[in-house]
Design a protein around this ligand. Structure first.
Ligand code: 6PG
Length: 245
């Protein structure tokens, strides 16, 4: 751990996912003991699926007081919640349906609404639960794309410049689609941020993000560094292959 940044390399995505699930269990216990609740934001894509499945079965499932857990999302696609591209649907199928979390504690983005309205409503919901200048979530999981995006902060997109709002609708030209995402300062307000990054297709971007020159508009994942929290990179060997020791 250098400063508040930790980097762990695992043999494969399964081992990485097990560590990610263990962090959830540990940080949930800490947050619930300290403040009576655990506010955690999930990420989307495919990498978190295995971690969700490990969390949704014994022993980890039974080590979490789900009645005190509040699930959020760091981002989602602008599609209906039952769309196969929905990050909410992925979490519903791989985690939520298998754990005894009260439905009222699952705070999905209402992505069936117009994008700007969805973002504004999600920010209002966050403000109901987490008052303050920024939303201090206990834990935010993030992934990273082969282009160095994280959440839905894609290279050269408008959301990278957001300094005031907690949640924004972000037009992504290369995907020709809207995304809903927490803004960089909202993500950086977290107590703990954990990246899960696996696969050889991430190696080049990861080397650039961690060891290349600072270029946050080209590599938005470089924007993530919580000033009052910890930052952890859980990597598999394939993704870490390009890193200099
Ligand atoms: C999303 C995610 C996104 C994801 C990366 C990595 O909505 O797609 O939030 O930021 O974490 O694209 O995705 P994979 O895990 O599928 O490689």
């Amino acid at each position: 751990m250098t400063g508040n940044v930790e980097r762990r390399v695992f043999p494969d995505a399964q081992a990485l996912s097990a560590e990610g699930a263990d962090r959830f269990v540990r940080l949930a216990a800490e947050a619930i003991a300290a403040r009576g609740r655990f506010d955690v934001a999930l990420s989307g894509g495919s990498t978190p699926r295995t971690m969700h499945r490990l969390l949704a079965q014994p022993p980890r499932r039974d080590a979490v007081d789900w009645s005190r857990v509040h699930l959020w999302w760091g981002d989602d696609r602008h599609v209906p919640p039952d769309d196969d591209q929905s990050n909410y649907r992925m979490a519903r199928e791989t985690l939520i349906e298998q754990v005894p979390i009260p439905p009222g504690n699952v705070h999905r983005m209402e992505t069936e609404l117009p994008a700007e309205e969805c973002a504004a409503r999600y920010e209002a919901l966050l403000r109901e639960h987490l008052a303050g200048t920024w939303p201090v979530l206990d834990l935010i999981y993030l992934g990273m794309g082969p282009d160095g995006h994280t959440a839905s902060l894609f290279p050269e997109t408008a959301a990278l410049n957001e300094t005031r709002r907690w949640v924004v609708a972000n037009w992504v030209p290369k995907l020709e689609t809207w995304r809903i995402t927490l803004s960089p300062p909202a993500l950086n307000a977290a107590r703990h941020v954990v990246f899960l990054i696996a696969g050889p297709d991430k190696a080049a971007a990861l080397s650039a993000v961690l060891q290349g020159p600072r270029d946050t508009h080209r590599y938005p994942a470089q924007m993530i560094h919580p000033p009052h929290g910890t930052l952890t990179y859980l990597l598999d060997q394939a993704a870490a292959a390009g890193l200099k020791p």
